[in-house]
Write a protein that binds this ligand. Structure first.
Ligand code: RIB
Ligand code: CA
Length: 319
């Protein structure tokens, strides 16, 4: 059996409890070669997302992981954060130690551009778990990266599920709609994990307790992250558990067969204040706008959680 080369990825993130689980899934997966983690302002301000990314790397036993700080605000709008969902720290739930691993001095946007230009075309995949500010800045700084990116896999948007921060918009797109517009128009292959699929990836008491039952620091911390994270959506939707958004970006790279969707056109609303950040997804192909992304709507949620549990069970902190 030929073992294929690990897939080179950069994860752009605004941790965030669900980002944290996505980062740990990636660090637990030998199929992936994480070139670096770049942080962006989103769920909480940049200093906190950057601190949280390093807390998670150390929890997962990867203090050597290069972490780069990026944009502290959207391209042209005031930052909107989500402490009401993620807590004041952005990583409420477990009490994780202050990290000792260093932060890289290079800016995240320069790291993204340099990594893509230094690798062969079609080599680097960008995984976006937060607002798309860093990716848009990288595309503006060096437009040539668009034709060299293997794939952009992003969590964002929604159609059938509407929005989660306004009736029309999902948080990651809402925070920086101008950045999202740049990304969706860049021409690189894009796979979208919108609320339409992440709302089918629901934690439940049984699923959260399965992480706790691992009886490892990662298992316990994951259960505590999810205990905190799911309370907001349980209250909002009256559901048993809440949607686990960002790990779907990583799971797509590991087991794409558990997902279903179609190639469609998605445009981003940037002019209207009422529908700012709406992903106008032409699922029924009623427009003549060309398809620009693979829009995911379905998943095998049990396989998703089984994969998460299998992989996170292998992680141990470095110290
Ligand atoms: O709307 C969900 C998205 O917004 C997730 O990425 C979550 O972490 C927040 O960033
Ligand atoms: Ca996120």
């Amino acid at each position: 059996m030929t073992v294929s080369e690990p897939r080179s990825i950069i994860i752009d993130t605004d941790p965030g409890q669900d980002d944290a689980v996505a980062l740990m899934l990636a660090m637990a997966s030998p199929e992936l070669n994480i070139l670096g983690i770049t942080t962006v302002a989103g769920n909480v301000p940049l200093p906190l997302t950057t601190l949280n990314a390093r807390k998670i790397c150390e929890l997962a036993g990867h203090p050597e992981m290069p972490v780069y700080a990026g944009a502290d605000a959207p391209l042209s709008r005031k930052l909107v954060t989500a402490e009401n969902v993620h807590g004041r720290t952005g990583l409420d739930g477990p009490d994780l130690p202050k990290p000792t691993m260093p932060l890289q001095s290079q800016h995240a946007v320069d790291f993204i551009v340099d990594s893509i230009m230094a690798n062969a075309p079609g080599e680097v995949t960008l995984c976006a778990l937060g607002p798309l500010t860093n990716l848009a800045l990288a595309l503006q700084k060096q437009p040539l990266i668009a034709e060299r990116i293997r794939e952009i896999v992003l969590m964002g948007g929604g159609l059938f599920e509407g929005g989660n921060v306004t009736p029309a918009a999902e948080f990651n797109i809402y925070v920086d709609p101008e950045a999202a517009k740049i990304v969706f128009q860049c021409g690189a292959p894009i796979t979208v994990m919108p609320l339409d699929v992440t709302h089918k990836a629901l934690t439940s008491r049984v699923r959260v307790e399965a992480f706790r039952a691992l009886a490892t620091p990662v298992g316990r911390a994951t259960a505590e992250l999810l205990d905190f994270f799911e309370r907001y959506d349980e209250a909002k939707y009256g559901s048993d558990g809440g949607p686990l958004h960002d790990p779907n970006v990583i799971a797509w790279l590991l087991e794409p067969e558990i997902y279903g969707g179609r190639q469609i056109n998605v445009e981003i609303e940037t002019a209207s204040e009422l529908t700012r950040g709406m992903t106008v997804a032409d699922w029924w192909r009623v427009s003549d706008r060309p398809a620009n992304c693979f829009y995911v709507r379905d998943l095998d949620d049990q396989r998703f959680f089984d994969l998460l549990l299998e992989r996170l069970a292998t992680l141990r902190p470095a110290r």
